[in-house]
Design a protein around this ligand. Structure first.
Ligand code: SAM
Length: 234
């Protein structure tokens, strides 16, 4: 049996957690120490429905209910690498899902072995997933570093702006203007832009000190649609 074959007979970890990281380091997908530390610290098994716990370290998206998915491990870690996160930063995530990606980011901007410094706000449009993410973050010990908000994340979070970093975990037809507006000077926004389904370009939007905005495509990706006023209609 391969290291990555889903099976009923393996423990949630069973060595796969470290094996997955080793592979991502070897392929140079993961380079930063903080990314490695966050991955090792946050238990992905606590962000999955019970029947999928044994597959927690298979590097693939997994269903979390409501037709939505927790992103693949490599995709979450690519976001951490590209966003150049630093301790103390204020981060907005759009598309909270299970809460796992938000917890990984929180582990970098506000490490769990220290008093809270940075903070992650995550917006999720499905009430059932807001409840799921809150329960997962609570049992994983991140509820003091991550705040889950129900709503349309394409509009951002005007009450909490500006943000050092914004990450969107669903695919948009274009970069939502409210998110660019809510970014600090020298801020970064990472968002998949393109087709409704099948493929998009992961796009890094940077704002310089003068407030000038630049977009750079990073790689092709496949995300579920971002549904909202500044996203898809369904
Ligand atoms: N980051 C999540 C995790 O760690 O589990 C996975 C995100 S999943 C790929 C995309 C999520 O975006 C879904 O839960 C979906 O309901 C949510 N979503 C889609 N459009 C949204 C919007 N306008 N505002 C907030 N959430 C949205």
């Amino acid at each position: 049996m391969s290291d990555f074959t889903p099976s009923e007979n393996v423990k949630p970890d069973g060595g796969r957690k470290e094996a997955t990281l080793k592979r991502l380091i070897a392929s140079r997908t993961v380079k930063k120490e903080e990314t490695m530390r966050a991955y090792r610290t946050v238990p992905r098994e606590l962000f999955l429905p019970d029947h999928l716990v044994h597959d927690a370290y298979v590097d693939t998206p997994l269903p979390i209910g409501e037709g939505q998915t927790i992103s693949a491990i490599h995709m979450c870690l690519i976001y951490l690498e590209l966003l150049d996160l630093k301790e103390g930063m204020k981060v907005l995530e759009v598309g909270g899902g299970s809460g796992y990606h938000a917890a990984l980011v929180a582990e970098v901007v506000s490490p769990s072995n220290q008093p809270p410094s940075g903070h992650v706000f995550t917006i999720e449009r499905k009430p059932e997933l807001v409840e799921f993410a809150n329960a997962n973050l609570e049992r994983a010990g991140y509820s003091d570093r991550v705040t889950v908000i129900e709503g349309d994340g394409t509009l951002g979070l005007p009450n909490e702006e500006p943000f050092d970093r914004i990450m969107v975990a669903a695919a948009a037809p274009h970069v939502p203007e409210p998110l660019v507006r809510q970014l600090k000077p020298e801020g970064m926004l990472l968002i998949p832009v393109g087709r409704h389904h099948f493929w998009q370009e992961l796009t890094l939007v940077t704002k310089n000190k003068k407030g000038e905005v630049m977009e750079r495509r990073q790689m092709s990706v496949a995300f579920v649609p971002l549904i909202g006023k500044e996203g898809w209609s369904q």
